[in-house]
Ligand binder design. Sequence first.
Ligand code: 13P
Length: 251
Amino acid sequence: MRTPVIAGNWKLFKTIGEAIGLVKDLKPLVAGTKGVEIIVAPVFTALGRVADELAGSNILLAAQDCYWEEEGAFTGEVAPGMLKDAGCSHVIIGHSERRQYFGETDVTVNKKVKAAINAGLTAIVCVGETLAEREADKTFAIIETQLWGGLEGLAPEAFSKVVVAYEPVWAIGTGKTASDTQAQEVHAFIRSLIARCFSQESAAGLRILYGGSVKPDNIKELMAQPDIDGALVGGASLNSASFAAITNFAG
Ligand code: 13P
């Protein structure tokens, strides 16, 4: 009942030309993929051109961040409505790299999530613990704080415009994937938390993605877990063949 989502987070990679080349290669590889929401998230400067290239395809467009104001004197920022205008349907919010390097907090995540939903975008909200936090048995506490802080004040209906991505920081770009059991345990915890804090219905319909060293050879096992509804893919999304193989996990 939950449509799986496979999203490629391209991070700070690909010029406009390279981005267009990648989606040109990707389109025919995923054209036959049914029942999966496929999303790519290029850098801001490539969004408009990639949107044109994706028109009429089954690939959706996301930005990697947004600001929470609609407009104003906020040099360097991009508003959710402007992302929509550029052709985005989704926006990634609260990625651990933004938390780690750019001062993102649960408070700013919350403002961005609300602004994104108000602008008609779906927010892909990222949460995840560091290795030190996991080793100190703080995983659930960290996830609870980040989720509660990031989603505070949302109406249960707003959850149709929210996707949660669980990305353990220690698994990002390290080649160290969380085991299926480790990931499932946290995904189930996230779903139970949403049921407790918002509504049973919001929790049942919520897509929860796993992120952290997802590759063609581990996606099948991850997707077999009952609470894993998709993946947020970094490195392996930069190549059309490996990203297509991940989107075709069921085949
Ligand atoms: P990798 O797939 O490269 O580990 O990156 C995961 C990620 O951060 C996706 O947002």
